[in-house]
Write a protein of this length. Structure first.
Length: 295
């Protein structure tokens, strides 16, 4: 019941007849100019009790004739940088012209089918199409994978490798780095032809320590993946909603899994954690989160 309005907001955002764009606050942050995905003019939110400007969720809303809702980007200020929490389950760092994604698990469905499991095909193509849309929108100088690029050795089928080669050729000008994760250690590094630099964690980039496993770093703010965080919102009666989320706290930010065919680890609200669910093409701060993403 404490998150009832958040449940309703998430459900309303997915309805095709949602009337007007909305506005939300996401925690401590610096206001940034809207990007191409969200150009609705917003009034400036009031500062918090400490005088810090509030985060801004850029809204686009839904109107007749649109095939999908315009993404709502939640901007937070962390480690001295403005970061955009994207509803595509990715992180955009404008100051470094870098896009971060975690846990693609490319070829996972193919690996399951190799074991005789009747899982549907097409997840690799959909993941790559979603990633291409982000690269086209933001035009990053570099793309950083926070581990688990390939799911397993059995994922290296001719079809999967051909799809990856075509995708890489489309984005030949973008530098790409993979921070090796636990699945990468078993699946092997991406083919050399993909031109993806492979590094170990922690990989230092500006003020950030790029990792796969959540951890503390003595000097840098950690960006990580691995656990595929999700949160549960509860509404009236027995209504509940389970959503992927960004998790901020204890000097680290954990990204939700980018891949479609992935499970999730349920994160309970706790002191020192700020949860940012993803649903209905938007990201917002969960009411009751105890700490903002500042370090």
């Amino acid at each position: 019941p404490t998150h009832r309005h958040a449940v309703r907001a998430a459900l309303a955002a997915t309805a095709a007849n949602a009337a007007l764009p909305s506005q939300g606050h996401c925690g401590d942050a610096a206001r940034q100019r809207p990007d191409a995905a969200a150009r609705v003019r917003q009034p400036t939110p009031p500062p918090d009790s400490a005088g810090r400007p509030a985060a801004v969720c850029k809204t686009g809303g839904w109107h007749a004739g649109m095939s999908a809702p315009t993404p709502i980007v939640c901007q937070v200020h962390w480690a001295g940088q403005a970061l955009h929490l994207l509803p595509e389950r990715a992180l955009w760092w404008p100051g470094g012209q870098t896009l971060f994604v975690a846990d693609l698990h490319i070829g996972k469905a193919a690996a399951y089918r190799a074991l005789g499991q009747p899982v549907p095909a097409g997840t690799t193509q959909r993941n790559l199409l979603r990633l291409s849309a982000l690269l086209d929108r933001h035009a990053p100088a570099q793309l950083v994978f926070l581990g688990d690029f390939l799911h397993a050795a059995a994922a290296r089928t001719p079809q999967v490798l051909a799809a990856l080669a075509d995708w890489r050729a489309r984005h030949a000008a973008t530098a790409m780095t993979l921070v090796r994760g636990n699945h990468d250690s078993r699946a092997g590094d991406p083919p050399a032809a993909l031109r993806i630099e492979v590094v170990e964690e922690p990989h230092l980039l500006g003020p950030f320590a790029c990792c796969h496993h959540p951890q503390r770093h003595p000097t840098h703010a950690v960006l990580a993946g691995h656990v595929h965080p999700v949160c549960r919102l509860s509404g009236p009666g027995r209504d509940s909603l389970r959503l992927p989320c960004f998790v901020c706290g204890d000097g680290q930010m954990v990204l939700p899994a980018f891949g479609e065919f992935t499970g999730g680890w349920l994160v309970a609200p706790a002191d020192g954690l700020a949860l940012y669910p993803v649903g209905g093409a938007q990201v917002w701060r969960l009411p009751g989160s105890r700490s903002g993403p500042k370090i």
